[in-house]
Design a binder for this molecule. Structure first.
Ligand SMILES: [Fe+2]
Length: 331
């Protein structure tokens, strides 16, 4: 069933903004994100590293936290103002949604909660401001990632997740559905005016499939792949380069030393005008996944990062994706 976006939501979300990942070796992960991906280190402590993209004026878009187990801790979204944090508290209280207000270094008022499918979310209204490095071309390395863009979450119930987030003002730009129907298998939802901030796809969940950074151009993407190869991470490219039909992204997916997945991409398009309908794709149409390029590997399809103490549910819809291994006849 297609969702209806609430154009006057209880509070105002503005964009995907920051993700917190638990890692088992802080230095190793810092080196990966700095040297293989190309992020800027904003701050370091004994148990956390804060990183950002080159053009970002917000203090961090990736927080690495040292922990005994690799986990996805929170995916972060920004709200417009401090008043929206207060409005979010009222909304959660009225809807019996558990939340807590937390102190987070370098951030203003911050709330944490779980959405109805168990995704761990953090909302904040501001961050410390730092210099943009978008013209420090001498500091561009690897993929030269400019800014965080979106998250993809695997969920057992795409419809429930989509209904919740469109109720908070997100708009669906594209979706996959059972052939010839509107039974939702994957939904791409946005608030910032391009194709997506938050994606839900059908599978064992909740698990974070990836977080994504926009790179300047296709050459940066290929250079990131070359740097990954040069630094011994060539085998950790688990998909791409290729171009998705959905969202028109030129993409490259890499796994970090804890097997968290990060995407580098470019060329999403604008999705702002309210009258524009979402693009629908049959779930069996291979062009939705790749306009060109090889199908995704098994590990891209089936591996993702769990949230701490969050039970993983079997999906309501049963999928049998065509993998690279199937394509190559490997059994
Ligand atoms: Fe993505």
């Amino acid at each position: 069933m297609l969702p209806i976006t609430n154009l006057n939501p209880a509070f105002s979300l503005t964009r995907a903004s920051h993700v917190t990942m638990a890692v088992t070796d802080l230095e190793r992960s810092r080196d990966f994100y700095r040297d293989v991906i190309g992020l800027v280190v904003s701050a370091e402590t004994d148990d956390a590293v804060y990183l950002r993209g080159l053009e970002e004026a917000a203090h961090h878009s990736l927080v690495l936290e040292l922990a005994p187990e690799a986990k996805a801790m929170h995916v972060g979204l920004r709200v417009r103002s401090d008043d929206d944090i207060v409005a979010a508290e009222k909304f959660f209280t009225a809807g019996n949604i558990e939340y807590r207000r937390v102190e987070r270094d370098h951030q203003g008022p911050t709330l944490q909660f779980r959405d109805p499918v168990g995704t761990h979310i953090e909302l904040t209204s501001s961050m410390d401001v730092v210099p943009r490095k978008m013209q420090n071309y001498n500091e561009f390395v690897a993929g030269a990632p400019q800014r965080i863009d979106h998250y993809q979450v695997v969920t057992h119930d795409v419809q429930a997740a989509t209904d919740f987030w469109t109720g908070l003002g997100m708009r669906m730009s594209e979706y996959t559905a059972k052939d010839g129907t509107d039974e939702l298998w994957g939904t791409w939802m946005e608030v910032k005016g391009n194709t997506h901030d938050l994606v839900f796809t059908n599978g064992r969940g909740p698990r974070l499939h990836h977080f994504a950074y926009a790179v300047p151009d296709g050459a940066s993407l290929i250079h990131a792949a070359d740097v990954a190869g040069a630094l011994g991470f060539g085998d950790e490219i688990d998909r791409g380069p290729g171009r998705h039909g959905i969202s028109n992204a030129l993409f490259l997916y890499l796994r970090d030393p804890d097997q968290h997945r990060v995407e580098l991409f470019n060329t999403h398009y604008q999705f702002i005008d309210l009258e524009t309908p979402p693009i629908r794709w049959d779930v069996t149409d291979p062009r939705r996944a790749q306009l060109w390029g090889m199908p995704a590997s098994r590990r891209w399809f089936f591996e993702a990062s769990e949230f701490p103490a969050e039970p993983v549910h079997e999906p309501l819809l049963q999928a049998n994706p065509a993998t690279l291994e199937d394509y190559l006849g490997v059994h």
